[in-house]
Design a protein around this ligand. Structure first.
Ligand SMILES: [Zn+2]
Ligand SMILES: [Zn+2]
Length: 118
């Protein structure tokens, strides 16, 4: 089994199953052995049960941010002009978020789809 967080092999003394995504991650269950943690375990006080979650589910931000593009980055990604991308956003043909400062933000997947790049 490979850890969903770091993609290294998980052994029987370091495996745990994430309750959010269902994947295996490193959790050192032996205090007498060295090991690393790619997630956490804690007690849910409502159910008095152990809950497991990997770092990808606990801290989704870093990886996800790579997929947020501004119009200039979207232009580089697709080869379309910045004006064309912003026009598509304004007319509702391309999903976007407009920040308080007036910057258009896009999800990489949406931009590629709009440009016809799978
Ligand atoms: Zn790991
Ligand atoms: Zn997870």
């Amino acid at each position: 089994m490979l850890c969903i967080v770091c993609t290294e092999t998980v052994t029987s003394t370091t495996e745990a199953w994430c309750g959010a995504c269902g994947n295996v991650y490193h959790l050192n269950q032996r205090t007498d052995l060295p090991g690393k943690d790619c997630g956490e375990v804690w007690i849910n006080e409502d159910h008095m049960a152990l809950e497991f979650a990997c770092f990808r589910c606990l801290h989704p931000a870093p990886g996800a941010l790579d997929d947020v593009l501004d119009a200039a980055e979207a232009s580089i990604e697709t080869g379309l002009a910045v004006a064309e991308i912003e026009a598509a956003a304004i007319t509702g043909r391309l999903a976007h978020r407009r920040t308080a400062g007036g910057v258009y933000l896009f999800i990489r997947r949406d931009v590629r789809e709009f440009a016809g790049l799978q």
